[in-house]
Design a protein around this ligand. Structure first.
Ligand code: ZN
Length: 302
């Protein structure tokens, strides 16, 4: 009977865990390789070359956004901690969950928090940035609900926020979110166009009227992508940069972020009956097909 020799394995991993300095674009070396391996474990398709270039930076920013960290592309202790935590799947558009949030956080989860606070009567602006006003509202909410008023939104605070009174405010019939137009954030109201998708409330009303007319003609207008949060656009843009996704506009600059564009399920592309119906009728509802090569992308021009 022979006994196989012990294989020395795991050395690289042990080494990498001891070496996690603050990293930013331009850095090189083994710790950057570690970073890139961790990013890959979290679903980002960066190459492991030990060079912190633009693709690695985009992946870091996307991860930070997803985790509710400050989105600066710099890998410090909190970003390392998030990278070392078990990887979670990419966020479903519209998802994002209820991560623990504190002052300084940014992103879709903060937008959700601010919408919940508004539903509870706090006049915070919905800008996706957890600043001092949001922190004050959180502390006030916590003390009102018998929670410790530490300003940190953990599971118990989320549960209270999601409880009675936590229904989204029907302001103008829509939901208040942070949209982006030409790179500038603004609060917009969005409403459903079915399929779990949303457009700016005025565009949604026109879209739904168009959808009803189309249905009478036997055409189904089903939206695959409507309003996108900054987090969702960053995610799609990151996929595009990695060659894994469709052309996506720079975050902040997509008409989807203003709630104005709908990607419509388009069987047959330009020669299908859906496209022909839209070309003949969408103009009456204010929608135009404004991206060449994308028969599915229709934008509300009012
Ligand atoms: Zn589109």
């Amino acid at each position: 009977m022979t006994i196989a020799p012990a294989v020395r394995s795991g050395t690289t991993q042990r080494l990498s865990l001891t070496s996690q300095p603050v990293l930013r674009q331009g850095a090189r070396g083994p710790s950057v390789s570690t970073l890139q391996q961790r990013l890959r474990a979290h679903g980002f398709n960066v190459s492991v070359d030990g060079v912190f270039g633009p693709n690695t930076a985009a992946a870091v920013r996307s991860l930070q956004q997803r985790k509710g960290l400050g989105v600066d592309g710099v890998v410090g202790p909190r970003t390392w901690a998030a990278l070392n935590a078990s990887a979670t799947p990419a966020p479903a558009p519209g998802g994002g969950g209820n991560p623990t949030l504190r002052q300084g956080a940014r992103g879709a989860a903060v937008t959700t928090l601010q919408n919940r606070l508004r539903a509870h009567g706090y006049g915070v602006s919905v800008d996706g940035v957890f600043g001092p006003n949001t922190a004050n509202a959180v502390r006030s909410f916590q003390s009102r609900h018998g929670l410790s008023a530490d300003g940190v939104v953990g599971p118990r605070t989320w549960a209270a926020l999601n409880g009675a009174g936590g229904v989204l405010p029907p302001v103008g019939g829509g939901m208040q979110v942070t949209g982006y137009v030409n790179g500038s954030p603004r609060t917009i109201s969005i409403s459903s166009v079915g399929n779990g998708k949303y457009l700016r409330t005025d565009a949604a009303a026109r879209f739904n009227a168009m959808k009803a007319e189309a249905a009478r003609a036997g055409i189904s207008l089903s939206v695959n992508s409507g309003f996108r949060t900054m987090e969702q656009q960053r995610y799609l843009y990151n996929l595009y940069l990695q060659g894994r996704g469709n052309l996506a506009a720079r975050p902040g600059y997509s008409n989807h972020q203003g709630g104005l564009s709908a990607d419509i399920n388009m069987p047959g592309g330009y020669s299908g009956s859906t496209y022909r119906w839209l070309r003949a009728n969408a103009g009456r509802y204010g929608f135009v097909n404004d991206v060449g090569g994308e028969p599915w992308h229709w934008t509300f021009r009012g």
